[in-house]
Design a binder for this molecule. Sequence first.
Ligand code: ZN
Ligand code: ZN
Length: 351
Amino acid sequence: MHIKLLYFFKHIYIYICMQMQLSNNFVHLNIIWCWSSCTDVRWEQRNKSHSFLPFMAPLFFLFKQVPISLLHIPHNQHSCYTTHCSMTTPNMTYFTSDEFLATFVPILVYWLYSGVYMALGLIFEEYRLHSKKEEDLKNLVSKRDVIKGVLLQQTLQAIVAFLMFKVTEGEVAINSTAESWPWPWPWFALARQFFVAMFVFDAWQYFLHRYMHLNRFLYKHIHSWHHRLVVPYAYGSQYNHPLEGLLLDTIGGALSFLVSGMSPRASIVFFSFSTMKGINDHCGLWLPGNPFHMFFANNAAYHDVHHQRFGGKHNFSQPFFVFWDIILGSHLPYSIEKRPEGGLVVRPVKG
Ligand SMILES: [Zn+2]
Ligand SMILES: [Zn+2]
């Protein structure tokens, strides 16, 4: 118990240090946070105990980062990004703003993009990771309930996004004037913001996702909803218990936005991209030439492993990279083989 207390105080110490001295150094803070989270999980593995620590790490991350994003960014009228800054465009309404698009474009993208994958799955049976029959037999939830669940999550997501943009109005956008920088710097600035957002989103999701598997109560009552889809399909990507959707996806997305300092306009692209990435990872198709599969080791086959009985305790990383699994020992290699009856199958590779 005293070791747990020690770790607890370590987090408090990091938090106080950050508030007092290091408040503007995000990179430094992220390194400290990663290191401290890794040591927590390693400690937990060594002691074969599932403590509250991995769960605490993301919460501390929230306490450490959000106040900085909200409070410490000075407003500079000269750097206003004129198309959405509320101070330079006082007559603009929410319904014509980037904030509105950042809330609703990803939802539109979700249904359109998953629709494309569902159609492709009917046409290219030979590239399916599970047969259509398996999809109907193994899944523990009806498609109707999946659609209802996703719509509920998206409604909550839109409410939180609206509130977040309201609270940060004229703050985060001004800090992220990548678009007003001279060429080629806006692209560097945007790439940095995207990378930070991807890192934050991944870290948030990895630790919470892993903890939801380790904690029986949370798995049984919350995360098992997502695993009712033993054979994942595109529009099941955001099918979760409403609380999980809110915690992992919505709050994780809000944190990525706040920490990265991207503008609402950049976030339209980022959230649409992360939505497409999630759909791709659940599409159940291994189509040749898919750019997501070429650029990301975390892809449809990687996440399919996690949805199978043999891989349930592995491949927790989502939605972008796989390094948390590799660093923290939950990575399960796999191979994609042809089924004798047609189509493909993902099998674990025993090391
Ligand atoms: Zn899971
Ligand atoms: Zn999944």
